[in-house]
Every structure is written in structure tokens, then in C-alpha cells.
Ligand binder design. Structure first.
Ligand SMILES: [Zn+2]
Length: 148
């Protein structure tokens, strides 16, 4: 049985850490950015949409507009803190795990499930146009519950 007090004492506050992460990513650690970073990176890796994060911010009494959420997510993405996974033209998820991997998209539940990079193999990939380099390949496999 772990000593509860010990565990609590051993947990460092993530705030200074996230402030440093934002600074290192070239982003000024404003109160809003730190608050949203806490919501995004405060737990295990996950996939969130802007709408989901907006709902979580409201619940946590972080007063931000959906437009600010979009801007912040895109800034975090550009800074390399998040990976964007576009499911279709109108829906994107932001992944706190920026390492190479693929996804299942559960259509009827609108959620993403990670697929390890090694689980997908490409037999042939097209030649990249002249002067270009491949940045990464990501696969989204759309799935839904089997009927009957
Ligand atoms: Zn993922």
C-alpha cells in the first residue's frame, strides 16, 4: 500500500513546468495558455477537439471563447506541442502525443484510438514531388460498431 501523504508530497506542481514548456516552444506563457496547457497536458496523452477543450475549460472555470481555443490549439500545434489529426474537412483532433503513430477513428463515437507506428507497413509509397521531402505519413482508419 503506498503512503498517500507521501504520494501527494512527491507530486510536483506542473505549473512551473508547463510555463517552461511554453517558453521553450517560443510562446509567451499567458494565464490562458498555461490554463489550457494544464487541461491538455495535465494527464495521460489524449486527443481533443476544440469543442471538447472549450467544454472542459468552461467546467474548470477558465473563461475563454471558442475562437481563443482554436487559436491556442493552432499555436500549440505550430510550436510542435500538439499534432493535428484531421478526420474530415470539418473535424480535427489535437493529439498530445506528437510521436509517429496512426489512428482508428470510431465514427459513431467520434473518438480516436492510437495505432502504434509499427502496426502499419507500407509496401509502396509514391515518389515525393521534386524539391519536396516527406514530413510524415499518418493513417486514419475509420471504424464503426458492427451491426447485428
Ligand atoms: Zn494519437
Amino acid at each position: 500500500m503506498p503512503d498517500r501523504n507521501q504520494t501527494v508530497r512527491a507530486l510536483p506542481s506542473r505549473k512551473p513546468c508547463l510555463t517552461a514548456v511554453l517558453r521553450m516552444a517560443g510562446l509567451r506563457p499567458t494565464r490562458q495558455r498555461v490554463a489550457l496547457a494544464e487541461l491538455l497536458f495535465g494527464g495521460p496523452h489524449r486527443h481533443v477537439s476544440a469543442e471538447q477543450l472549450h467544454g472542459e475549460a468552461n467546467e474548470a472555470s477558465v473563461n475563454v471563447s471558442l475562437a481563443t481555443i482554436y487559436n491556442t490549439l493552432h499555436q500549440f500545434h505550430e510550436a510542435g506541442l500538439l499534432r493535428e489529426v484531421a478526420v474530415d474537412a470539418s473535424r480535427s483532433y489535437f493529439d498530445t502525443d506528437t510521436s509517429d503513430h496512426h489512428h482508428f477513428y470510431v465514427e459513431d463515437e467520434q473518438r480516436m484510438i492510437d495505432i502504434p507506428a509499427t502496426a502499419v507497413e507500407f509496401k509502396t509509397l509514391p515518389e515525393v514531388p521534386h524539391g519536396m521531402v516527406m514530413s510524415h505519413v499518418d493513417v486514419v482508419i475509420r471504424i464503426r460498431k458492427q451491426q447485428g
